[in-house]
Design a protein around this ligand. Structure first.
Ligand code: EPU
Length: 300
């Protein structure tokens, strides 16, 4: 499969690439094949080969909100982190490629004096990935100022979707099956660069104080249930610091599982299931995973 894919695109194609090199968690078995499309034509060519040969496809952005299981991923992983990196501002609108890091989008909004995105300070990963899961913090979600996305659908056609068409909700965005976001536009307001930078710094300081930012994790494991906080519920269940293998429920924030070194996906899942079961038993609240779990538990 690697040869056929490499023959169809300009970008790089790798076989049996360890996904632990591409996830924030530093966990995950290999991708059967990983491809880096260099541009839109490459992306369309990859999707066409996959369609023609019924190869399963997984789109990888920054790998920040994902747990890849230890057996890895069969089929094709399309890594968007090296492409779709354009950023431009005109009037009050920023257009941003899907592969741009959220932190870079924020820095650009500060530079151009456009305010509205600051609430996303500290959200890791790429803009495409952030929209896919409608990432955010209590101070704002990526959808708040989203105007439209440009995507390539499962038939390889480019199309625009407005925010109204995306059924946006808390950590939810309804994209057509198999669609890949390549660009997004945000409508913002005029502000002062210095003020925007100050807000971003303040939120980053707060995040550094409350989250285990210096240890590998995938951000928050669970969504916050209505009217409560997953971190608080896990703490109240007495689970902070609990270890399985080299995975641990963070001592600093109950909604984080950290990789102390060589944790496996199985270690992480065991802790997540334990937290879910204990919180349910104690409070009746059923925590829902925020991270996406992909791949097979063991090698085929
Ligand atoms: N809390 C505890 N114990 C803990 C952790 C938190 O009691 O171990 C309490 C805090 O004291 C606070 C409340 O829970 O009263 C909320 O905690 P925090 O301000 O840390 O926010 P959060 O709701 O846990 C959310 C986002 C984070 C985002 C922070 C920014 C979700 C699921 N999480 O966390 O996003 O960084 O706000 O403040 O929406 C992510 O999505 O991956 C993520 C980390």
């Amino acid at each position: 499969m690697k040869g056929r894919l490499q023959g169809s695109i300009k970008g790089e194609v790798l076989a049996r690439e360890p996904l632990s090199h591409h996830t924030y968690f530093r966990i995950g078995g290999p991708a059967e094949v990983m491809a880096y499309p260099a541009d839109l034509d490459d992306l369309k060519a990859l999707l066409k080969v996959a369609r023609d040969e019924a190869i399963p496809v997984l789109i990888l952005g920054g790998g920040s909100n994902m747990l890849v299981l230890d057996g890895g991923i069969k089929g094709l992983v399309i890594n968007l982190s090296r492409s779709f990196l354009e950023l431009s501002a005109a009037e009050e609108r920023i257009r941003c490629g899907a592969g741009v890091r959220t932190s870079r989008l924020l820095a650009f909004s500060a530079k151009t004096g456009l305010t509205g995105l600051e609430g996303l300070s500290g959200v890791p990963g790429t803009v495409g990935g952030a929209i896919h899961g409608n990432a955010g913090t209590p101070f704002g979600a990526i959808s708040d100022h989203l105007e439209w996305v440009r995507l390539v659908d499962c038939l390889g056609e480019e199309r625009f979707m407005s925010r109204e068409e995306l059924s946006l909700g808390y950590r939810h965005c309804q994209l057509p099956t198999g669609a890949v976001i390549v660009e997004a536009a945000f409508t913002l307001q005029r502000g002062m660069s210095a003020e925007i930078r100050r807000t971003i710094s303040k939120l980053l300081v707060r995040r550094n104080l409350t989250q285990p930012v210096d240890i590998r994790s995938a951000g928050c494991i669970f969504k916050n249930p209505p009217g409560n906080f997953a971190g608080r519920l896990v703490e109240q269940a007495g689970l902070k610091g609990l270890r399985h293998g080299e995975a641990q429920i963070s001592e600093k924030h109950g909604n984080f599982i950290v990789n102390l070194g060589k944790a496996t996906a199985a270690d992480v899942l065991r802790l997540a299931n334990r937290a879910k079961a204990d919180v349910l038993l104690r409070t009746g609240v059923a925590l829902e995973l925020e991270i996406e779990i992909v791949g097979s538990p063991s090698a085929a």
